[in-house]
Design a protein around this ligand. Structure first.
Ligand SMILES: [Zn+2]
Length: 165
């Protein structure tokens, strides 16, 4: 769970929980200046990376052993999420992704993230970036979705493939 802000990022006054004027829900707000922390979710691109007929799942170096997921990356200022998908596939896997296709948009409340999921077909040799500990290649027919995080995007992508025949 991300920890809530305790201090105003503008003037360092401790924030208080209150309903700002004209608003309809409680926010962390600064009693000294007009800052209100809306706590909007962070946009994150999640990539179903298809490489040589398999999907690549990776384990972040911070995660427990045997926990693998899609590669993800924060959308940078001035960047569109499909650009994030291409950039992060290059940074984290060393692969050239082309033609990102939007799979869907998913909430991930525990991390207050908005996941924007893409399918990309990628080429090249896998070279893991510093954030990743290891990866595995799952043949598409053996790929099974999981219920949390970007797992539902995998379910939707597999369903759309099945429908397309
Ligand atoms: Zn303030």
């Amino acid at each position: 769970m991300p920890r809530p802000f305790e201090f105003c990022p503008r003037c360092a006054t401790p924030l208080v929980e209150r309903v700002p004027e004209g608003d309809d829900r409680a926010r962390r707000a600064c009693p000294a200046c007009r800052f209100v922390h809306y706590d909007n979710p962070t946009p994150v691109a999640a990539m179903i990376v298809e490489h040589e007929g398999a999907v690549i799942l990776a384990r972040n170096a911070q995660w427990p052993a045997r926990m693998f997921s899609l590669i993800t990356g924060f959308v940078e200022a001035g960047e569109l999420p499909h650009e994030t998908a291409v950039r992060e596939t290059a940074e984290e896997l060393g692969l050239a992704a082309r033609d990102p296709q939007l799979v869907g948009i998913y909430g991930f409340a525990p991390l207050n993230q908005l996941l924007i999921a893409y399918h990309v077909v990628a080429e090249g040799e896998v070279t893991l970036g510093a954030e990743l500990a290891e990866y595995k290649r799952i043949p598409i027919e053996k790929l099974r979705p999981w219920p949390i995080g970007p797992g539902p995007a995998v379910a939707d992508w597999l369903a759309s493939r099945a429908k397309a025949g």
